[in-house]
Design a protein around this ligand. Structure first.
Ligand SMILES: *[C@@H]1O[C@H](CO)[C@@H](O)[C@H](O)[C@H]1NC(C)=O
Ligand SMILES: *[C@@H]1O[C@H](CO)[C@@H](O)[C@H](O)[C@H]1NC(C)=O
Length: 267
């Protein structure tokens, strides 16, 4: 029932998306390679930010900064973070086929110990094919007497304090694609010691590199080739180190190709 409702929602969003394109012009940015993004070219591609980080956030010096951003789009979007004009992430999915599918993706930006140098404008950049949507967050680090005097101390701590709990920083909450597609469900994690990634299938069995069709990639992503209807369900990614764990789940919805345009048939 839940799945059915989402399919309806997703198709509705897709249908209304072309009307949003003019709004997205406001969000247009120039890519780092200087190419202007052409919104007119591929009208079928669409993306929007479904949950933006707060536009203004203050953190006490030395606290943990965590920004969250969520986007939905088709083809399956990816999210990058920028500080000012500098890319902080390299979340381009390594995929040997043209972008496809539709997904809701979540990204987190984690800074373990806030310092005044971390202040600035952070931008969440969601891309689906030729389309881009952005959301900005101005981060302030509130200094106090202690923090001013303790900058050296904090810097030393940032460099020396190697332990940080695992946090999954890029994953899809929902992924829909045509039956027969080759897909990758992202799961990128940060933490120190570096967390290990494990995936569990909808029957709660750990996925091991037992066959070529389903593989856990070195970057943590789960690749499934030639998705079947029976692959449908909740996949759980666990990032674990000696200290603790973080986990997320991605709902995979394989769709029947010829019927994808009608919500009634797709369900
Ligand atoms: C550094 O900050 C702590 C509080 O976090 C404070 O107790 C201490 O006095 C500060 N040290 C210096 C050298 O100011
Ligand atoms: C996911 O995280 C929650 C909260 O920490 C925990 O209770 C649960 O056991 C975890 N699930 C898995 C599969 O590790």
């Amino acid at each position: 029932m839940k799945v059915y409702a989402f399919v309806l929602l997703a198709l509705y969003l897709q249908a209304t998306e072309s009307r949003r394109l003019s709004d997205q012009m406001d969000n247009e940015i120039e890519r780092s390679n200087g190419n202007r993004i052409d919104f007119g070219k591929r009208v079928k591609d669409w993306v929007r930010i479904s949950e933006a980080p707060s536009p203004v956030i203050s953190y006490p010096a030395d606290s943990r900064i965590q920004l969250e951003c969520e986007a939905i789009g088709s083809p399956a979007p990816t999210i990058q973070w920028l500080k000012g004009n500098t890319f902080l992430t390299d979340n381009n999915l390594i995929d040997d086929v043209p972008p496809h599918g539709m997904a809701k993706i979540r990204a987190r930006l984690v800074i373990n110990s806030a310092l005044p140098i971390h202040e600035g404008t952070f931008t969440c950049v969601a891309e689906s094919g030729a389309q881009v949507a952005t959301a900005k967050s101005n981060v302030y680090v509130v200094r106090n007497e202690n923090s001013e005097r303790n900058i050296t101390e904090l810097l030393t701590k940032e460099l020396l304090e190697t332990r940080a709990k695992p946090t999954i920083v890029l994953f899809d909450t929902i992924y829909m694609d045509n039956i027969g597609s080759d897909i990758v469900l992202p799961c990128k994690a940060v933490g120190n010691p570096r967390p290990n990634i494990m995936w569990f299938d909808p029957t709660d069995n750990r996925i091991r590199a037992s066959n070529d069709r389903v593989t856990v990639l070195p970057d943590g992503g789960l690749r499934i080739r030639n998705i079947h209807w029976s692959d449908m369900g909740k996949y759980v990614c666990v990032a674990m180190n000696a200290d603790s764990q973080d986990n997320i789940s991605t709902f995979l919805y394989p769709m029947r190709k010829s019927k994808a345009s009608s919500p009634t048939d797709a369900a």
